[in-house]
Every structure is written in structure tokens, then in C-alpha cells.
Design a protein around this ligand. Structure first.
Ligand code: FMN
Length: 289
């Protein structure tokens, strides 16, 4: 089946469809030939979105979900850059539920984020239930407590061997200390992984997707930026993502579809702390060519 149908009465041979696509169309003498079929079309929808005379009907995509773009669609560069610069990772949240409609908007940001080959592989688990969040976080901390035990053993062996360089020992002490801190924080009644956040977004994807990780991370970054427009703040939690993919009790508890992995985790909530200043960062190293 051809992926799209072109209404020859409406088509004005402007070639926009040819130019927006990667070889999906070919210009013949007096018509456009559709080459893409239901197997090769990546469902990007660019041809439908750009056709100035509405001549293209996609035969697979939902034609009722191509809303017209009105206005110039521009945000001010200064405002958007400031929005990005003032984003901070937040780890303390108000004890206040986020309305489901706002979480749904974040899920919408995920839906419309770009993915490699337009594979749209990103899936979400959104956790709002505090008991569930606590259970998952506890399993994550259990995992790191075990890793700390192993790291400590390794450190002792390293020291006893007398062969390790001082920097190696220092690095190992730093890692062990950090891992120990997580369990210590839990003992003190804190949630050092998911920060008692009212909502936790787990971004997962089939590991078969060539850009599985990028798909999830881009979606998470976009959701995090959108969250700020609703008074919400976020933090990426790679520590939880690694534990979820590595520690069988946590992997089992999460119960993702077979073959899926966690590639990003965002904690989301109303911030307890208001930052009064943006922060300094290293200059980006750029090689201009
Ligand atoms: C990919 C990624 C993974 C991160 N993982 C964690 C994490 O596991 N736990 C945590 O508390 N913060 C985590 N962070 C937050 C970083 O520590 C934070 O972005 C960094 O310190 C800079 O602070 P800023 O986000 O406020 O600019 C992560 C950030 C990124 C981008």
C-alpha cells in the first residue's frame, strides 16, 4: 500500500513534498509519483504538514491530528534562553500533588519529541502513589548499599596490595563514600533517589531502537523544560535508571515490557526552594570552522 495518496486535482506540482522527504516522492513529467509505502514510510508526516494545497492524505497516520499552524510560532530567543538558564535540578518538593492534566501535558511533550528514524519508542511509567515510589526508591538504595559493600571490599584489597596509586585509592574512597551516603540518607528518613517527589517519570524504550537512549533523554529534557512553564521543577536521576536496569529485584518490581530498558528518570514537583540567581557554568569549548 502506498503511504500517501496525492489528489491530482489539487496538486500544483510545487515539489515541496519532494524536498521535505528523503526519497519518498519522485517528480514525473506531469505528476508526483509516491514511492514510500507502508513498509518504508517512517511516518514523519512532513509531506502532509508542508503541502500548501492540502493535496496529500496519509493512509496510515491520523489525518485529524495535523492541526493547522497559525502565527509565526516563534518564542523570543531571550525568553527561551533565560528559561533554560534558570532551570535548576530540584531535590526538595512541596507535599502537593501535581494535577493529572499537567502530567498529561508533560506526556504530550514526550509524544511530540523527535526520535531517531521517527521510531517513537519512548514509553512512560508515571508514579504518583507515594507507597509505590517509596518501595522503588528503597530497592534502589538497597542496590547501592550492596555496591558500596563491594566497593569497600575492593578498596581494602587495593590498600592491602600496596600496588595502587594514591589517586586510585582516593577515587575509590570517594565512590565508596558517596554510595554509603545514600544508605545513610535513607537511615536519616530521607529519600536520596526519588526525593519524595509527587511525580516520577520513568522513560523507557525497547533496547532494540538504535537511538533508544537519545529518544528518552531528549523527551525527558523537553518534558523538564515544559514543566517549568507550569511552576514545576525536575531532576534527572541517572542513579535510579542504572539501578533499575541492573538490580533484578528492582527490575522485576518495575515490570517493564520484555526487552525494554530505562533510559531516563525525572522527578517532578513543585519546588520547595526558590533560586534567586542563575549559576555560572564553564565556557563551552567550541572549535569554529
Ligand atoms: C544525565 C543526568 C543524570 C543525573 N543524575 C542525577 C542523579 O542520579 N541524582 C541527582 O540527584 N541528580 C542527578 N542529576 C542532576 C545533576 O547533578 C545536575 O544537573 C548538575 O549538578 C547541574 O545542576 P543543574 O541541573 O541545577 O544545572 C543528573 C543530571 C543529568 C543531566
Amino acid at each position: 500500500m502506498k503511504a500517501v495518496t496525492i489528489d491530482k486535482e489539487k496538486c500544483n506540482l510545487c515539489l515541496v513534498c519532494v524536498e521535505t522527504s528523503a526519497g519518498c516522492f519522485m517528480k514525473n513529467d506531469d505528476s508526483i509519483e509516491v514511492l514510500a509505502d507502508d513498509f518504508t514510510c517512517v511516518l514523519c508526516g512532513h509531506c502532509v504538514a508542508a503541502c500548501p494545497v492540502n493535496a496529500i492524505t496519509h493512509n496510515i497516520m491520523d489525518m485529524s491530528n495535523f492541526p493547522e499552524i497559525t502565527g509565526d510560532g516563534k518564542l523570543s530567543t531571550g525568553d527561551l534562553l533565560r528559561h533554560m538558564r534558570e532551570r535548576r535540578s530540584h531535590r526538595a518538593f512541596l507535599d502537593k500533588q501535581v494535577p493529572k492534566k499537567d502530567l498529561e501535558k508533560l506526556a504530550e511533550a514526550v509524544r511530540y519529541s523527535p526520535t531517531g528514524h521517527n521510531e517513537q519508542t519512548v514509553e512512560l511509567v508515571i508514579i504518583q502513589n507515594p507507597e509505590r515510589r517509596k518501595k522503588l526508591s528503597n530497592l534502589g538504595v538497597d542496590f547501592y548499599a550492596g555496591v558500596a559493600d563491594e566497593a569497600e571490599k575492593g578498596l581494602e584489597e587495593m590498600k592491602a596490595s600496596g600496588k595502587a596509586a594514591p589517586e586510585q585509592i582516593l577515587e575509590s574512597e570517594r565512590t565508596t563514600g558517596f554510595l554509603r551516603m545514600l544508605a545513610g540518607a535513607r537511615d536519616a528518613g530521607l529519600d536520596p533517589l526519588l526525593y519524595d517527589a509527587p511525580a516520577v517519570f520513568i522513560f523507557h524504550s525497547t533496547a532494540k531502537a538504535v537511538t533508544a537512549s537519545e529518544n528518552c533523554v531528549i523527551a525527558a529534557a523537553n518534558a523538564g523544560m515544559l514543566a517549568r512553564t507550569m511552576g514545576l521543577e525536575t531532576t534527572f536521576v541517572a542513579l535510579f535508571a542504572s539501578a533499575a536496569n541492573t538490580y533484578p529485584p528492582l527490575t522485576g518490581e518495575l515490570g517493564l515490557p520484555e526487552g525494554n530498558k530505562v533510559y531516563a528518570v525525572l522527578v517532578v514537583g513543585y519546588p520547595k526552594i526558590r533560586y534567586l540567581r542563575a549559576v555560572d557554568r564553564k565556557q563551552v569549548s567550541v572549535r569554529w570552522e
